[in-house]
Design a protein around this ligand. Structure first.
Ligand SMILES: Cc1ncc(C[n+]2csc(CCOP(=O)(O)OP(=O)(O)O)c2C)c(N)n1
Length: 327
């Protein structure tokens, strides 16, 4: 079972990191495109990653295909803070060594997929990894999470990926965050069914829903879905309902989100903090530690250099030992 205070700790770290990255964007330190915030989605994202098994030297673990709102999940699944800062700031020491910017980073050897597209393409990639491991006889009870938004659920790639997972009974958890808006298109212009969870029946997926602003509900729901997939009960869909609390990216001021929508949804972080504080659990130290960890990563990354275009050989990351670039 996930420790709920630990869950909160990852939420805080993600919020602090996202806010610092947004500040770096405004200070013109970002080289890899825009900055994308997971503000409001930390509870759901961290719950997902904490339900997964990390990889060890001896044993492969689960897969996590995060999206642009998944800072919390990335961190909770083991991504070093500095990997995010180095990638966003275009440092050759970053995990993608400047071949990819901002959110297009990952580490396959840790089961964390580099994001290829926000619009559903990662579902088929997780399917493929799970099928490959099944064919090799190394899948065991591993599972994979593919994270998507309400907009991505309308894309053809998502349909194909979900259908294959269902037909092959893959241990996939389709993690859907309906945050009411895809870029600036509201959900009522994205789909006409009552709720996206209705689609689970049509595809043949297990169905789970939660209030994405309630960190306890997120944790319990995602853990249940992951346990079902791990136990061989086929692919599971989880739908969290919440509101995107930032712009699509930092270039977008989010002004099209009206007061009614804002009034309908809370922010998972203060809600979780109030609950913990009410139970006598002190939270201030989590903020202090997170700010210090993020500040250290930013100071280090900003002091590092970008790629030397003339000397880089641009071979794939998998073919080179990263440590030589960090020396
Ligand atoms: C094929 C394609 N079309 C359009 C885009 C631009 N785009 C990126 S994210 C996005 C909206 C995604 O919305 P949603 O899936 O709801 O996720 P959210 O951003 O709300 O987390 C769009 C239109 C893209 N990346 N790829």
């Amino acid at each position: 079972m996930i420790d709920r205070v630990d869950h909160f700790r990852w939420m805080v770290l993600a919020r602090v990191l996202d806010e610092r990255l947004a500040a770096l964007y405004r200070q013109d330190h970002i080289r890899g495109g825009s900055v994308f915030s997971g503000k409001g989605q930390e509870a759901y994202s961290a719950a997902a990653a904490l339900s997964l098994r990390r990889w060890t030297a001896e044993k492969p673990g689960d897969y996590f295909a995060p999206l642009i709102r998944d800072s919390a999940g990335r961190l909770a699944f083991g991504e070093p803070i500095i990997d995010a800062v180095r990638t966003y700031c275009g440092k050759r020491t970053g995990p993608m060594r400047c071949r990819d910017g901002n959110v297009h980073r990952g580490n396959l050897s840790q089961g964390q997929l580099p994001m290829i597209s926000h619009l559903g393409a990662s579902i088929g990639v997780v399917d493929g990894l799970l099928m490959a491991r099944r064919h090799l006889g190394t899948l065991g009870d591993s599972v994979g999470i593919a994270s998507v938004g309400d907009g991505a659920m309308q894309a053809g790639a998502a349909h194909e990926g979900i259908n294959v997972a269902a037909v092959e009974r893959l241990p996939l958890i389709l993690l859907v965050a309906d945050n009411q808006v895809s870029y600036s298109t509201f959900s009522d212009r994205s789909y006409a069914c009552r709720s996206l969870i209705d689609r689970a029946v049509g595809y043949g997926l297990g169905a789970h829903t939660c209030d994405g602003t309630d960190f306890d509900a997120c944790r319990i729901t995602v853990e249940t879905a992951v346990a079902a997939a791990r136990a061989g009960r086929g692919p599971q869909m989880v739908l969290a309902t919440l509101l995107r609390l930032a712009g699509h990216g930092e270039h977008d001021d989010n002004s099209y989100i009206g007061p009614e929508l804002r009034a309908r949804f809370g922010d998972c972080l203060p809600l979780a903090e109030a609950r913990l504080t009410g139970e006598g659990i002190a939270t201030a130290a989590f903020w202090e530690t997170a700010k210090q960890q993020v500040a250290e990563a930013v100071t280090q990354a900003l002091a590092e250099s970008g790629p030397d275009v003339a000397s880089e050989d641009w071979t794939a990351r998998s073919q080179r030992n990263l440590t030589e670039f960090r020396a």
